[in-house]
Design a protein around this ligand. Structure first.
Ligand code: MLT
Length: 392
């Protein structure tokens, strides 16, 4: 029997990094020494005190039962405490915080909570592929809001036709931004909140990279801007902050109606995150943060090696203030796809083609800083040997 594939699955493109992972496996089987600057997956270990807490909690039989789906009260309190300390934001841990199995879980389920089939959703382009993918799954229709370099990769609300804004119910935002590394200040969030209020659009701010920042820059939270809690929710994650991508733990916080709906949906489709993981996450959110500075210093050094290296070959890149991504134009004569293919075939270097993040990513590629310094230097050497000096 043929698999009776639903239309919504037919409409769903394969996940970008699943495709790239298969490509890498294939090359490795052929014996190629691959340097992957593809997925942004921290290579540094989770801080020791978090691992120790996990080791203790995993031995406690009470944690072997079903977890609390919305999150342990003490986990939600730890998230509220994090917001108070880091951003000066007060949250009601019961009504304004819900635990997630990684922020991707919440980003992927939110459209089901607020979009009916045919509804319009505003999706940044380029943008993290989950925003569009999950909206398409829910039957909604993405309207792609172009993030332009001349606007610092911030959406220009004036670009969105009034008729589209009137129809839209949800808008995704993401700063510090994946894939461009762009940052947004409080004044931008205030502008977004005014737009959302005018058109009654829920804002979903993905803040996964809020702690990956350099040169003294500290990204603000969307929730610290007046009116934010009435206009939207913020997605937070321990993945990139504490090198915990494999642990799958995050949260959504803010708008009480959105938090309740997300919690209700999730209680129907999953049973929450393992309590031992939640307790280890509490150790992260309430414990010492020196590791964070050390890790950011390592990313800063890597950023400088990559940006200086590419600039020595003809690029003219500025150093991003946050995220562990470098977003760069492809040289003259290439498309995003052909440049990615050339680097893979000739240099054994994996990059992410800009088009993986939407049509506006054409002409760009993304590099991740989640590999050690030596390999980054080697990647630059290989690009120099195989592509040489470039122009645009
Ligand atoms: C990325 O590389 O864009 C992210 O690490 C992928 C993800 O979070 O799924």
């Amino acid at each position: 029997m043929q698999f009776p594939e639903a239309q919504r699955i037919k409409n769903l493109p394969p996940y970008l990094f699943a495709r790239i992972e298969r490509l890498i496996e294939q090359k490795k089987e052929e014996g190629v020494d691959i340097i992957s600057l593809g997925i942004g997956d921290p290579d540094l270990p989770t801080p020791g005190h978090i691992v120790e807490e996990m080791a203790r909690e995993i031995r406690n039989p009470a944690n072997h039962q079903y977890p609390s789906s919305a999150g342990l009260p003490e986990y939600r309190q730890a998230v509220a405490g994090w917001y108070r300390r880091r951003f000066g934001v007060e949250l009601d841990p019961r009504a304004e915080v819900v635990a997630l199995i990684g922020s991707k879980d919440g980003l992927a389920h939110l459209p089901w909570c607020c979009l009916d089939p045919g509804d319009t959703v505003l999706v940044p382009d380029p943008g993290y592929p989950v925003y569009a993918g999950s909206s398409i799954l829910a039957g909604a229709v993405p309207y792609y809001v172009r993030l332009k370099p001349e606007k610092g990769f911030l959406p220009d609300f004036a670009d969105i036709p009034v008729e589209t804004a009137k129809k839209a119910k949800l808008m995704f935002l993401n700063y510090p931004n994946n894939p461009t590394g762009a940052v947004a200040g409080e004044s931008f969030f205030a502008e977004a909140i005014a737009f959302a209020k005018e058109f009654e659009i829920l804002l979903a701010h993905d803040a996964a990279y809020a702690e990956v920042a350099f040169d003294g820059y500290r990204p603000p939270s969307f929730l610290q801007v007046p009116g934010a809690k009435e206009a939207g929710i913020e997605f937070g994650s321990l993945s990139k902050t504490f090198n915990m991508t494999g642990w799958r733990i995050g949260w959504a916080a803010g708008h009480a109606g959105a938090v309740e709906a997300l919690g209700r949906l999730k209680s129907n489709v999953d049973s929450g995150q393992f309590n031992a993981v939640q307790k280890a996450a509490i150790a992260g959110l309430t414990g010492p943060l020196d590791n964070l500075n050390e890790v950011n210093e390592i990313y800063r050094q890597r950023r400088d090696i990559l940006v200086d290296g590419l600039n020595s070959l003809g690029w003219r890149l500025e150093k991003p203030k946050a995220t562990f991504y470098i977003w760069a134009p492809v040289p003259a004569g290439y498309t995003s796809a052909s440049f990615a293919e050339t680097l893979l075939e000739k240099a054994g270097v994996v990059i992410t083609p800009g088009t993986g993040y939407g049509a506006a990513g054409e002409g760009y590629f993304r590099l991740s800083l989640t590999v050690p310094t030596g390999r980054l230097k080697e990647a630059i050497e290989r690009i120099k040997r195989n592509v040489g000096q470039v122009n645009f």
